[in-house]
Write a new protein. Sequence first.
Length: 226
Amino acid sequence: MTSTPAGLADLVFRWREPATRAVSRLIPGGVIWYVDTADPVFALTFDDGPSPESTPRLLEVLQRHRAKATFFLVGERVEAYPELVAAIAEAGHEVANHLMRDERSALIPDAQFRLDLARTTELLEPHGPVRWFRPGSGVFTPRMLRSAAEQNLRAVLGTLVAGNKGLPSDERIAKSLLPGVRPGSILVLHEGGPERQGVVETTDELLSALSLRAVTVSDLVARSGV
């Protein structure tokens, strides 16, 4: 298992995996970026939910493909839509911490970061164990990692990142991502407002085309033997 920063949360971006895996070994930190495994699985993750526009439909797609995912949820949206968080957990998916608001976590003062992280975990814990957090916009600092570790949380970024924007280019997202998904990858997709509803179709297209099985982050990490 290795660590490195990743970002570009609102853009379609495909990492050149061999190069970025090599670079990640040179960057210190306890951030999970991918997992070394030969098992035919990858971790599927969604940021910025829950959302009434997309979460119920995503759950239907995941059920149809017998896929599991980790949802990195925003605290204020968890407060607004607790029934959606319950539906995620009841379907066997994993909930994780994406802090209280959809904002750049690296710009939040440390005291507020700690409070927001703890409050989001508190909101999520009724729905299952909370082991992971993902900083807003995928940017982290050493003090953020220290604060999270004190709360028994570990940062998870990803190998491949994409964001639907409600534009014609959304139709090309799945095709762009497919060549980069390999065993141990962590795929980051984004739900949220109406402009991101296309994530449902993107997810369906990806899961229809991939021979790898989608699992939660915890399942993927368990396969690393670490």
